[in-house]
Design a protein around this ligand. Structure first.
Ligand code: HEC
Length: 252
């Protein structure tokens, strides 16, 4: 049997580890970590997904592959085979082909130092909010070979491939910050791009919406099945309850 002292001790230990678990993540967090913006995406918005697919094919598939996804997947976004072939396959790939990339890993390594990773399931690896913030956080940095840096991914080897649309941001250090210190610095649009900031945010949101879909195309179907099952269970409950009442009505 436990004495009251050992109870106290184990309670103390328990509370101690609970506090540690609460405090530790905050203590370990990188003080320079950037707060992520919430990605304003809607997985049931077909028009947004179609625009996102178009952006992805135009701007990303040139360097990155998505080799676990096939082009015919795009038909699930309410597009016909003809529309996919005409608007979304920009190479001589066939509709049943995987979204591979012509860029050879060796060339990519020579050009960028790091090969661009496959993006098939990137949205599940990093999360939608990370992607949304990352694609809006590039800024000019003359110390980098590419001329670009990113607040969310320090020293990234990817240049801002969307700069014509977004424009050029620069990092304005916080007041009183030492040279090279990032904390509290903010991004300022130094040269506007073709899109207004709001339009650019929408552009990125559509792109991220598509990347989330690509990373888990069955997600919507799963939700629909889930709702179907809930409705079925609700109806079954009403019927079973009525039956039970009927069977037991003479027992009492
Ligand atoms: C000019 C080639 C190029 C293009 C075009 C390009 N990227 Fe990249 N991207 C790279 C390279 C190189 C890296 C590797 C960066 C590193 O690890 O430092 C990268 C890295 C990334 C990463 C981070 C991967 C990770 O988790 O480490 C994401 C996300 C990404 N790219 C998304 C995109 C999206 C979305 C587009 C289309 C708008 C795009 N990229 C277009 C070259 C490119």
């Amino acid at each position: 049997m436990m004495t009251s002292d050992s109870w106290k001790n184990s309670a103390r230990r328990w509370v101690g580890s609970l506090l540690l678990a609460l405090v530790l993540p905050a203590a370990l967090a990188n003080p320079e970590a950037v707060r992520l913006d919430r990605a304003p995406i809607d997985p049931s918005d077909m028009a947004s997904l179609q625009r996102g697919a178009q952006h992805f094919m135009n701007y990303c598939l040139t360097c990155h592959s998505a080799q676990f996804a096939r082009f015919d997947l795009l038909q699930r976004l309410g597009l016909t085979e003809g529309q996919v072939k005409k608007n979304l396959i920009l190479t001589d790939a066939k509709i049943a082909d995987y979204m591979t990339v012509a860029l050879k890993p060796k060339d990519a390594k020579n050009w960028f130092g790091v090969p661009p990773p496959d993006l098939s399931v990137e949205a599940r690896v990093r999360g939608a909010n990370w992607l949304y913030t990352y694609l809006r956080s590039f800024y000019r940095d003359e110390h980098r070979d590419s001329g670009w840096n990113n607040l969310v991914f320090r020293g990234v080897a990817m240049p801002n491939v969307l700069w014509e649309l977004q424009g050029e941001q620069v990092l304005q250090p916080a007041e009183g910050a030492k040279p090279g210190e990032l904390h509290g610095g903010k991004l300022v649009l130094a040269k506007p791009g073709k899109l207004a900031p709001k339009e650019y945010d929408q552009f990125v949101a559509d792109l991220v919406n598509y990347m989330v879909f690509m990373a888990e195309p069955a997600r919507q179907t799963r939700f629909h099945i889930g709702y179907g099952v809930m409705i079925f269970l609700a109806i079954a409950f009403v019927i079973t309850r009525a039956l039970k009442k009927e069977y037991w009505k003479d027992v009492h």
